[in-house]
Design a binder for this molecule. Structure first.
Ligand SMILES: [Zn+2]
Length: 805
C-alpha cells in the first residue's frame, strides 16, 4: 500500500481505538460529528467506483456506524446511525453479489425496526428489509410479512404506498419465479435515493427467477413432447396490459442505449444493478405492447442482458436464468426469426456453462426439427456433432467378439487394480465403447471391452510449456477399437475435456483422457461386462478408495506380459513427465516509490529485497538457477513481474511480501496462490497488495474467471502447501513462535498471467509488534529463508517422483 493510504488507515484505526478507550461521554456533539463524517463517507464511497468496488472501505464504514451505536447508546440519533450502517451493508451487497451480505443488511434493517418501532425510520427500514428479502433473497413469504407489518403498524406512513406496490408485485409472482411487468416502486420517502435512480422491481424479480428451480434445476429443458421448452407463465405478458406501441418503442430504444453504454463501461458493468435495469427496460418494452412487433426483440434483449450479466457474475443461477429467458422467447414467439437463435444460445449455455450436455443435446435436436432451414441450423449441427462425438457409442454386438466367461466373478464385482489375465493366443479384445459422465468436480469414464485383457494406466502431470492438461493414459496391449469407436471427442464444459483413442502400435490401443484438473483418480476393472472404470476428482474430496495422483501405488506395475508385448511404455511419457524446476524467479514485493506495508520500523520493500536474496542464495546452493524481478530498490509494475518470469521461462514464481493489518494483534505466516478469494481476510490482503495497480478488485475477480482454466492453480496450491509446511516446520523446530495462517487463495494481480506455478508468501505482519521484532532479527529471517527454500525443493522432489516412474 502507498504511504498515504497507510497513514490514513493508521489514523483511522487510532481514532477508533481512542474512541473505544475513552469512558463513554455524554458528548452528543462527538456523536453528531462522527455520524456526519460517516454519512459523508457513505456518499463519497457510493460515488467512487474504484474504492466502492473494494470490500474493505465498506466494511470500515459499517464499522464506523456500528461504533457510534456502541459508543453513544443513548444518543438521540442512534436509529439513524443504525439505518445508515444497514444502508452501507446493502450497498456493499449490491456490489459483492453475496447472499450473506444481503442477509446481513436485511437483518440490520429488521433489528432497527424492532428496537425502534416508534421511530420515523422504522417503516423505511421494514421496506428495505422487505425489498431485500423479496427481490434479492427470493424469500417472498418473509417479504410479505414485513410489508404487512408496515401496513398494519404504519398505515398512514409515507412508506405505505410503496409497501402496497411491492406487495402487489410480490403477490403477483406465486412461487416467486414469474417475472412481472415493471412496477415502479415509488420511493419518494426514502432517505437515500439510489444513485442509479429508483430500481425497477421487475428486474430484481426476474433476476430472482434466476434460481434453478425456475426451469427445473437445470435438468429438464425439454418438457414438451418435441423437446421444445414448454411455454411458461414467465413468457406471458400481463393480461391487463393495454397495448401502447409508442411507449414500447421508447422503452426499447432506451434499453438498447443502456445496453450499449453498459458494454462500453467496464466499471458499471461490473455491478449487478445496471444489468437488472436494462432487463427491466426490455421487459417494460415488451409489456407495453405484448403483441407488438418489438415484443420478441424486447424479450430477446432480456435474455441477452441476463447472459451478459452471467458472464460477469459467473454465477450458475445467472446462467440458468439466461437459459430460461431464451426459452421464454421461443415459447412466446415460436414463429419469430429469433426463435432458433435463442435455442442455439440456450444450448450453448447448457453445454458450455452449465455442464449439461444432455440438455444441450435435446435443445439442438428440437431446434433442428423445428427450424431445419433456419440460419442457425448449420451451427446447431456443428455443436450437436461435437456433443454427439462426446458419447462414442459403438455397441455393435454382432461384430464384437464374444465376452470371455468369467466364472468366478460375481456380476459387477470389482477387480482391484490388478489386470485380468490376458486371453493369450486368441483374437485381440475389442474395445467396444467409451462412455463418460462428468461434471465440474468428478468424472467417471468407462471403457467397455469384449473380454478381459491386460491394461495399465499412467498419469501425466500438466505441462505449461506444451499446454498439456492433466492427462491419463489407459493402455491395452491386446485390444483393438471397434470401427464405430471414433478416434476422438472434445467434451464441453466439464472436468473431462477430451477423449481420444490411438493405436501406437499394432494390436495396442491407448485411450487418452484430458482433464481440466486432476487431484485424485483411480482405475479399476469391473466384470460382466468386462470394463475398465476410471474415476477422477478435481478436489481433495476422496473418491471411493481414492488415491492422489502422486501416490506411488497409482500406476500399475509393468508385468511380464507387458515386457513380452511389442509395446513399451509410451515413449513421450517420460519426457512429458520430466517436468522439473530448474529456474526460480524470486520477486521481492514493492520497491522504489512503492514502499509497501510499514510498521514498527519495518518497511516492506526493504525486507522483501533482503529475504529475496536470502532465499535465492539458498536455492542456488541447492542447485536451482535463480533470477530476481528486482535486485535493488526500484519500482517494478506488478504486471511486468510475471511477464519477466514468462520471458525467462522460469519454472516457478515466488513473490515475497510483508503483511499489515489495522488490528495490531494479528500476526502469522501465510502463503497464497492465485484463485478467487474464499475469505474476507484474504480479500483484504489482496486488496492491499493490489493497491498499486489501476485495477479494482472486482475487475480482477472478473479477469480471473477467464484465466482460471489456464492458471496453474493446482500446481500453485501444491507449491504453496510445501512452502507453508516447511517454513512453519523450520520455525517450530528452531523454537520460534509460529502462527500458521495456512494456505489461502486470493486474486493477486502480481500472480496473474504467470505461466508457471506461482505463489505469494506473506512473511509476517509488521503491524504486530512482536512479529515485527522477529522480522528484524537475522536468525528469524534466516530460518524462514531456509524453510521457504526447502519448500521449493520438496515440490521439485515431488515432480521427480513422477518422472522416475
Ligand atoms: Zn506486499
Amino acid at each position: 500500500m502507498d504511504m498515504h493510504r497507510f497513514f490514513a488507515l493508521l489514523l483511522l484505526s487510532l481514532t477508533f481505538v481512542c474512541c473505544l478507550g475513552l469512558p463513554a461521554p455524554a458528548g452528543a456533539a462527538d456523536a453528531s460529528s462522527a455520524y456526519a463524517a460517516a454519512k459523508k463517507e457513505l456518499a463519497s464511497l457510493k460515488g467512487d467506483d474504484r474504492r466502492g468496488s473494494l470490500r474493505e472501505p465498506w466494511e470500515r464504514l459499517v464499522g464506523r456506524f456500528d461504533g457510534i451505536v456502541r459508543q453513544y447508546p443513548n444518543w438521540g440519533n442512534v436509529p439513524a446511525a443504525m439505518f445508515h450502517g444497514a444502508l452501507a451493508v446493502e450497498e456493499l451487497a449490491i456490489r459483492s453479489f453475496r447472499k450473506t451480505d444481503f442477509e446481513d443488511a436485511a437483518r440490520r434493517f429488521e433489528k432497527l425496526a424492532a428496537r425502534y418501532a416508534w421511530h420515523v425510520l422504522a417503516d423505511d427500514a421494514l421496506l428495505h428489509a422487505a425489498d431485500i428479502r423479496g427481490n434479492r433473497l427470493g424469500d417472498a413469504a418473509d417479504a410479505r410479512k414485513l410489508l404487512d407489518t408496515i401496513l398494519t403498524r404504519y398505515p398512514g406512513g409515507d412508506m405505505a404506498e410503496s409497501a402496497r406496490d411491492l406487495l402487489a408485485s410480490l403477490s403477483g409472482a406465486p412461487g416467486g419465479d414469474a417475472p412481472k411487468a415493471p412496477v415502479a416502486v415509488g420511493r419518494s420517502g426514502r432517505l437515500e435515493q439510489d444513485d442509479d435512480g429508483p430500481v425497477a422491481n421487475a428486474a430484481s424479480t426476474s433476476a430472482r427467477a434466476a434460481n434453478p428451480s425456475a426451469d427445473g434445476g437445470g435438468v429438464a429443458v425439454a418438457s414438451a413432447a418435441d423437446g421444445v421448452p414448454a411455454a411458461k407463465a414467465a413468457a406471458k405478458p400481463k393480461k391487463s396490459a393495454r397495448s401502447d406501441p409508442a411507449k414500447a418503442a421508447k422503452l426499447y430504444a432506451e434499453a438498447r442505449k443502456e445496453l450499449d453504454a453498459l458494454r462500453g463501461d467496464a466499471k458499471r458493468a461490473a455491478l449487478r444493478e445496471p444489468w437488472l435495469r436494462v432487463m427491466a427496460l426490455y421487459e417494460g418494452a415488451r409489456d407495453a405492447a405484448p403483441e407488438g412487433e418489438l415484443a420478441p426483440n424486447a424479450l430477446y434483449g432480456v435474455a441477452v442482458a441476463q447472459e451478459e450479466l452471467a458472464s460477469r457474475s459467473w454465477r450458475k443461477d445467472d446462467f440458468t436464468a439466461a437459459v430460461a429467458r431464451y426459452n421464454d422467447v421461443v415459447a412466446a414467439h415460436p414463429d419469430d426469426s429469433l426463435a432458433d437463435d435463442c435455442m442455439l444460445r440456450a444450448a450453448r449455455l447448457r453445454a458450455n456453462r452449465l455442464d449439461d450436455a444432455d440438455g444441450a443435446h435435446q435443445l439442438l435436436e428440437a431446434q433442428l426439427r423445428r427450424y431445419p432451414k433456419g440460419d442457425m441450423a448449420g451451427e446447431a449441427r456443428a455443436l450437436l456433432a461435437d456433443l454427439t462425438a462426446a458419447r462414442i457409442t459403438a455397441a455393435q454386438p454382432g461384430k464384437a467378439a464374444q465376452p470371455a466367461p468369467v466364472a468366478s466373478a460375481a456380476s459387477g464385482a470389482q477387480v482391484p487394480q490388478a489386470p485380468a489375465a490376458p486371453a493369450r493366443g486368441g483374437k485381440p479384445a475389442v474395445l467396444r465403447q467409451v462412455s463418460w459422465r462428468a461434471d465440474n468436480d468428478r468424472a467417471t469414464i468407462t471403457i467397455e471391452l469384449s473380454r478381459e485383457t491386460e491394461w495399465r494406466s499412467q498419469y501425466a502431470a500438466p505441462d505449461g510449456a506444451s499446454g498439456r492438461p492433466p492427462r491419463l493414459y489407459i493402455d491395452f496391449s491386446e485390444a483393438l477399437p471397434d470401427d464405430a469407436v471414433k478416434p476422438g471427442a472434445r467434451v464441453s464444459g466439464a472436468l473431462l475435456t477430451r477423449v481420444r483413442s490411438d493405436q501406437p502400435s499394432s494390436g495396442h490401443t491407448r485411450v487418452i483422457l484430458d482433464f481440466k484438473a486432476l487431484k485424485r483418480y483411480k482405475v479399476q476393472a469391473v466384470r460382466n461386462p468386462y470394463r475398465v472404470v476410471i474415476e477422477v476428482g478435481a478436489t481433495d474430496a476422496a473418491l471411493p478408495d481414492g488415491q492422489r495422483p502422486d501416490d506411488s501405488r497409482v500406476s500399475v506395475p509393468v508385468r511380464e506380459a507387458d515386457k513380452a508385448a511389442p509395446t513399451t511404455p509410451p515413449k513421450d511419457l517420460v519426457e512429458q513427465l520430466g517436468l522439473t524446476v530448474h529456474t526460480v524467479m524470486i520477486d521481492a514485493g514493492h520497491g522504489g516509490k512503492d514502499p509497501g506495508a510499514m510498521g514498527n520500523g519495518i518497511t516492506e520493500r526493504n525486507l522483501t529485497l533482503k529475504m529475496a536474496r536470502m532465499v535465492g542464495e539458498r536455492l542456488r546452493r541447492m542447485g536451482f538457477s535463480v533470477i530476481y524481478t528486482r535486485d535493488r530498490d526500484v519500482f517494478v509494475p506488478l504486471d511486468k513481474r510475471t511477464a519477466f518470469a514468462n520471458d525467462k521461462k522460469a519454472d516457478l514464481f515466488l513473490s515475497l511480501h510483508v503483511n499489515a493489518n489495522t488490528d495490531p494483534r494479528i500476526c502469522g505466516f501465510e502463503t497464497y496462490y492465485l484463485d478467487l478469494a474464499r475469505s474476507d481476510s484474504a480479500t483484504r490482503v489482496a486488496a492491499r497488495e493490489n493497491a498499486v495497480s489501476e485495477k479494482s478488485l472486482s475487475d480482477l475477480q472478473f479477469i480471473l474467471t477467464d484465466l482460471m482454466l489456464n492458471a496453474k492453480t493446482q500446481e500453485s496450491r501444491d507449491v504453496a502447501n510445501f512452502v507453508q509446511d516447511s517454513a512453519l516446520g523450520r520455525l517450530r523446530r528452531t523454537g520460534f513462535p509460529a502462527h500458521d495462517n495456512g494456505v489461502r487463495s486470493a486474486p493477486f494481480y502480481v500472480l496473474m498471467g504467470a505461466r508457471m506455478p506461482s505463489v505469494l508468501v506473506e512473511l509476517g505482519y509488521c503491524t504486530n509488534p512482536d512479529e515485527a521484532r522477529r522480522l528484524a532479527s537475522e536468525k528469524y529471517l534466516s530460518t524462514l529463508a531456509d524453510g521457504v527454500a526447502e519448500g521449493v525443493a520438496s515440490y521439485k522432489r515431488k515432480l521427480a517422483r513422477f518422472s522416475q516412474r
